[in-house]
Design a protein around this ligand. Structure first.
Ligand code: ADP
Ligand code: F6P
Length: 320
């Protein structure tokens, strides 16, 4: 019978990570397990920065962005010696399983620990929505709404001044945030890494709009394609349109999680504990067609996340 588990957050933080921590801690305690919080991700795991958590440790956090357990990136943990060190710290306390809330990098770490005999479960927490095996990652919906609100504001001033705006959004190598925001904001153009639209075709589209009397344009650019500043400069040179650039940056990572992210985090956090209690490790929990599922972490890591091409086509169709 499983008695003690740990939980950590790792990699870039995401709104909803706290709701996931809360679900892990409360589900564990509900099932008479002891649960420990690991501070500063894998860095803290190697240092033994691990403390017991009680029901009150996760009170009043469901609505808070960021992560109360802090997050870190660690190169040492990528080595065998770093992983052994982490396992030693966990064994010292008597932990028998670990829940890792993070992105694909963090899952590689979780997989290594599982291979070394320490069962881990991954919970997808990243604004990028770039993980295979789940329709959504925790934080994506909140970040999307942050972008949507910001672009609405930019559109007001773009209209008043008859300007073209290039808005750079996050997502690392994935275009989901840009694509969803493009549709939700009615952007004239969405540029994402998965579908290579040439600079020439973007310019041609802008010029066609100009000829039809269009006075302003919103271009949503995924950071994985190019820097907004470079792209905006080229657009201005080529079209002679008055162009401005906004890089939304880390505001996309913060803020109170949306209702959807809180619910998703609660469901996935609880499922992660259930799996450990069933003696299962090396899995990632996710959601597919609104059903909570679990997938082999190795399989998840070796499968490329894809965007929904129908949505991309629709974004183009609606912005002719
Ligand atoms: P994310 O989890 O958001 O993708 P990172 O890619 O920065 O973020 O990964 C977070 C941490 O996971 C890294 O700092 C490192 O400690 C650990 N990690 C990443 N890749 C590996 C790997 N191949 N083996 C072991 N640990 C890894
Ligand atoms: O993975 C989340 C993310 O916010 C990406 O969208 C972005 O490319 C990256 O992290 C930024 O990382 P940092 O916080 O190290 O600047």
């Amino acid at each position: 019978m499983l008695k003690k588990i740990g939980v950590l957050t790792s990699g870039g933080d995401a709104p909803g990570m706290n709701a996931a921590i809360r679900a892990v801690v409360r589900t564990a305690i509900f099932n008479d397990l002891e649960v420990y919080g690991v501070y500063n991700g894998f860095e803290g795991l190697m240092e033994g920065n691990i403390k017991p958590m009680v029901l009150g440790s996760v009170g009043d956090i469901i609505q808070r962005g960021g992560t109360i357990l802090y997050s870190a990136r660690s190169d040492e943990f990528k080595t065998d010696a770093g992983q052994e060190k982490a396992i030693k710290q966990m064994r010292k306390i008597g932990l028998e399983g670990l829940i890792v809330i993070g992105g694909d990098g963090s899952f590689r770490g979780a997989e290594k620990l599982t291979q070394k005999g320490f069962p881990c479960i991954g919970v997808p927490g990243t604004i990028d929505n770039d993980i295979a095996g789940t329709d959504y990652t925790i934080g994506f919906d909140t970040a999307l709404n942050t972008i949507v609100n910001a672009v609405d504001k930019i559109r007001d001033t773009a209209t008043s001044h008859e300007r073209t705006y290039v808005i750079e959004v996050m997502g690392r190598g994935a275009g989901d945030l840009a694509l969803w925001a493009g549709l939700a904001n009615g952007a004239e153009t969405v540029i994402i890494p998965e579908q290579h639209e040439t600079f020439e075709s973007v310019v041609a589209k802008l010029k066609r709009g100009q000829e039809r009397g269009k006075k302003h344009s919103i271009i949503i650019l995924a950071e994985g394609v190019d820097s907004g500043v470079t792209y905006g400069k080229r657009i201005e040179e080529e079209t002679k349109m008055d162009t401005r650039v906004t890089v939304l940056g880390h505001i996309q990572r913060g803020g109170s999680p949306s209702g959807y992210d809180r619910v998703l985090a609660s469901r996935l956090g609880a499922k992660a504990v259930d799996l450990l209690m069933d003696g299962i490790g090396g899995r990632m929990v996710g959601v597919e067609n609104n059903i909570v599922v679990d997938r082999d972490i190795n399989e998840v890591l070796s499968t490329k996340h894809t965007i929904n091409m129908n949505m991309y086509k629709l974004a183009n169709q609606l912005s002719i």
